[in-house]
Ligand binder design. Structure first.
Ligand SMILES: NC(=O)c1ccc[n+]([C@@H]2O[C@H](COP(=O)([O-])OP(=O)(O)OC[C@H]3O[C@@H](n4cnc5c(N)ncnc54)[C@H](OP(=O)(O)O)[C@@H]3O)[C@@H](O)[C@H]2O)c1
Length: 283
C-alpha cells in the first residue's frame, strides 16, 4: 500500500516530504532497483551526493520510475574540494550531467570544512546556482550555529534546510535549536544510527513500539517526526522501505519522547565521531 507522506514547508516557499530516502551504499544496478522500489513505495525525496558514487543511478531511477519529474525531489551535495566559487558552479553542472537532470530540487553544502575557510564562498556559489535555475532550494549540511550565522551575515540568505546527524544516541538538541532560531528545517542523517550503533535494537525503544505494534525503527522515525525533523532514512530492503514510511498512524507520548531523549550519549554517541568543527570531509 502506498503511504502518502505529508509535506513540510520551507522558509523559501518550497515544500519537501516529511521523510526522505537516503542512498549511502546504494550502488550499481542493484542500487538502481532499490531506488526504484523506494519510489514505488512512496518516497519522493531522494538524497544523494557526489561522495556516494551513485548520482548516475539516482538519475537513471528517476528516468525509469514513470513518475513525473516534478513529483520527485532530487537532492545532492557540494563536495568539500569544490568550495571555491567557480569550481562549485562547474561541479554542479557536472552533477546535473551525471544525473541527466536539468535541475536539482534541493542542494546542500555537504560539510563546512572550516579548516579550508571557504564555506561562505561555497554558499555564494549555491545562491548563484539557484539564480541560474540549476537548483530550486538551497541548504547546508553539518553546519553548527556559528557556521550558519556566518553565511547568513555575509550573504543575507538563510539556508532552507540543514542536514545533520541525529539518532537516539545523538539527539543533537543544540543544533536543532539553532536551526529553529533561523527558521531552517532540520533533516536527520543516519536517523537509525546506521549499522554502527544499536539504537534500532535498544530494549526501551522496542518496548515503546510494542504498545503501538510498531518496530523500533518506526518508533525512532516517529520520534524525529514529532520533533519536526525530516529523517533521511536508508534501506535497500523493500520491506524495511515500506515499514519506515508507516509512522503516520500513531503518536508517542511526552514521556515516551523523553525516554528516547534519555538515551543520548552526547559527543560519544556520534556514529563516526565527526564533529563539524573538526571534521575535514574526505576529498
Ligand atoms: N549529510 C551527511 O553528512 C550525511 C552523512 C551520512 C548519511 N547521510 C544521508 O543520510 C542517509 C541515512 O543515513 P545512513 O545511510 O548512514 O543510515 P540509517 O538510515 O540510519 O541506517 C541505515 C541502516 O539501517 C537499516 N535499516 C533501515 N530500515 C530498517 C528497518 N526498518 N529495520 C531494520 N533495519 C533497517 C538498513 O539496512 P537494510 O538496508 O537492510 O534495511 C541500513 O543498514 C544516508 O543514506 C545519506 O543519504 C548524510
Amino acid at each position: 500500500m502506498l503511504v502518502e507522506i505529508p509535506d513540510v514547508m520551507l522558509n523559501d516557499g518550497y515544500r519537501i516530504p516529511a521523510i526522505g530516502f537516503g542512498t549511502v551504499e546504494i550502488l550499481g544496478n542493484k542500487g538502481t532497483l532499490q531506488i526504484l522500489n523506494a519510489i514505488q513505495s512512496g518516497y519522493r525525496l531522494i538524497d544523494t551526493s557526489t561522495n556516494y558514487d551513485n548520482e548516475g543511478i539516482v538519475g537513471k531511477a528517476v528516468k525509469n520510475s514513470g513518475i513525473p519529474r516534478d513529483e520527485l525531489l532530487i537532492s545532492s551535495k557540494l563536495p568539500g574540494k569544490y568550495h571555491d566559487f567557480d569550481s562549485a558552479l562547474k561541479i554542479i553542472e557536472e552533477q546535473l550531467a551525471r544525473t541527466d537532470l536539468e535541475y536539482f530540487d534541493k542542494y546542500l553544502i555537504h560539510w563546512p570544512n572550516p579548516d579550508d575557510g571557504k564555506y561562505v564562498e561555497a554558499w555564494k556559489a549555491l545562491i548563484q546556482a539557484q539564480k541560474l535555475g540549476m537548483i530550486l532550494t538551497i541548504g547546508v549540511s553539518n553546519f553548527l550555529e556559528h557556521h550558519l550565522e556566518k553565511i547568513i551575515d555575509e550573504t543575507g540568505v538563510v539556508p532552507a534546510t540543514n542536514q545533520i546527524e541525529i539518532h537516539p544516541y545523538f539527539s543533537n538538541k543544540e543544533n536543532v535549536k539553532a536551526n529553529e532560531k533561523f527558521g531552517i528545517i532540520t533533516e536527520a542523517w543516519s536517523p537509525l544510527g546506521r549499522d554502527i550503533n544499536d539504537a534500532k535494537q535498544h530494549p526501551d525503544i522496542i518496548e515503546i513500539g510494542k504498545k503501538y505494534n510498531k518496530s523500533a525503527p518506526q518508533v525512532i522515525i516517529r520520534w524525529l517526526h514529532q520533533r519536526d525533523i525530516v529523517p533521511i532514512v536508508r534501506s535497500g530492503d523493500p520491506i524495511h522501505q515500506q515499514e519506515n514510511l508507516n509512522i503516520f498512524d500513531f503518536e508517542l507520548t511526552d514521556a515516551e519522547m523523553e525516554k528516547i531523549f534519555s538515551l543520548d550519549k552526547g559527543e560519544e554517541g556520534r556514529v563516526e565521531g565527526q564533529h563539524p568543527d573538526e571534521y575535514h570531509e574526505y576529498d
